[in-house]
Structure formats: C-alpha cells, structure tokens
Write a protein that binds this ligand. Structure first.
Ligand code: PGA
Length: 245
C-alpha cells in the first residue's frame, strides 16, 4: 500500500505571520495516516521546520547546479540545510514563467537527489493539448525527459497537474484523471521495473479542495494531492488532510 500524500504548495504567498496556520495543520498531520508536506517560499523553510514536528517541509524549486556563481539562486543543499525534505520541480508555472524545459527539470532532479532531497516532479498538459487529444503523448514525453534514471519510491513523487485546472476551479473528470494516472503508473513500471514503478506515489494537482478531494482521491492510482490555493489556510487544508489520511 502506498501512503497517501497531502502536499501544499504555497507558491509566492506567505509571510512569517502566516505560519500561524501551521499549528492546526500540524495537529491534523500528527493523527492522520497520510504524509503532510508544506512547500513554502524559501524564506519560510527554516522557520517552518523549526515550528513543526509532523509536517514535512518542502521547497518549490532549486537550481540545477550544486553551487557556484548564480546570483539570487538557491541550491538544493541550501534547501536541505534549511530543514526541507522535499522540493517541487518542473511546476507548470516555472515552466511557463522561467522557460524551464524537461531537460532542465531532469538536471534539477538529479541535483536535488544528490543533496538528499526527495522530489515532486510535475507534468501536465495545456488545454490546447488536451483538446487536440495529445494528453498522454505530452505526459509521456515530459516523464521520459524530466525524470532521471535511478528513480525510486523514496526519492520520486510524480504530480499530474493539468495546466488548465491550476487555480481555475476547473477539474478533469474522474475518468480523465484515472486515464492519466494509470498511464503514468504504466510508464513508471515499464521504465523502472514493477517494484519501483508501483511504489512511486502519483499526486493529482489542480483546483483540489475540501469538496472534491474524496472523489478524486478514490480514483485508481491517485496517491494524494498537490494543493495550491486550498493549502493556504488550515480551514481548507485540514479537511483535505483528513480526507486523504
Ligand atoms: P491550485 O494549484 O490547487 O491552486 O489549483 C495547484 C498547483 O499549482 O500545485
């Protein structure tokens, strides 16, 4: 049995005062059967990891190089040193805003693993790609190039995030989610072998909320969620944790 994950992605939101939300999230995390991860802005990693015992801490990006002359960037080792266990890589907002390619995501993933971080690698189609029935081809291509060799159930989590569902209130049907998650599982098993392929957790992300979490998480091969907007407050995130746990 794969342990479910409730992963929050705070994106570019959150000041130190917002860590007050974490008390109730931590209380829920202490009694649930799922892993609770909060991926906060880099400025909050250290304070969050000091403040929690049951919430796992994540970052939202790291640089592809281990260190060096890259003004303003943050390395995987720095993130790990600040107290994080996880990092999101290849989020569609970074692919769009920062031109991150699949190859760049693969390099970042390798660097993150070398620094001792676990990675949540994001894939997902745009609305145009879905409309032209290219979804599985796109996802397959993103996985093949973004995920390095030597993935395991420990170091890799895959997040399926349809770009058109992120922050829009739109979600795919459960059949559409199931089709993509089954495909991701099949590709993981084919590439990494059945044992590893079956142990990697696959999250759904895109407008997940307290109302739709139960239905979505009941879909085959959905091992939890990557939650943006609804992870910002304990009032919304705690019911999601409870539904997944
Ligand atoms: P959303 O974001 O839950 O606000 O749609 C999800 C994500 O981008 O990870």
């Amino acid at each position: 049995m794969r342990r479910k994950i409730a992963a929050g992605n705070w994106k570019m939101n959150g000041l130190r005062a917002d860590l007050s939300q974490v008390n109730d999230i931590n209380t829920a995390a202490a009694v649930t059967d799922c892993d609770v991860i909060l991926c906060v802005p880099a400025t909050l990693i250290s304070a969050l990891s000091d403040a929690t015992t049951d919430v796992l801490v994540g970052a939202q990006d790291c640089h592809q190089n281990a260190s060096g002359a890259h003004t303003g960037e943050i390395s995987a080792a720095m993130i790990h040193d600040a107290g994080a266990q996880y990092v999101i890589l290849g989020h569609s907002e970074r692919r769009a805003d920062n031109g991150e390619t699949d190859k760049c995501v693969r390099e970042k993933t390798r660097t993150a693993w070398a620094a001792g971080l676990k990675t949540i690698v994001c894939v997902g189609e745009t609305l145009d790609q879905r409309k032209s029935s290219n979804t599985l081809e796109i996802i397959g291509g993103q996985m093949a190039t973004s995920i390095p060799d030597f993935a395991t159930g420990e170091n890799l989590v895959v997040a399926y995030e349809p770009v058109w569902a992120i922050g829009t209130g739109l979600t795919p049907t459960t059949d559409q989610i199931g089709e993509v998650h089954d495909f991701i599982r099949m590709r993981l098993e084919r590439r990494f072998g059945e044992g590893v392929g079956r142990s990697v957790r696959i999250l759904y992300g895109g407008s997940m909320n307290p109302k739709n979490v139960a239905e979505i998480s009941a879909v085959s091969n959905v091992d939890g969620g990557l939650i943006g907007g609804a992870s910002l407050t304990a009032a919304n995130f705690v019911p999601i944790i409870n539904a997944l746990g």
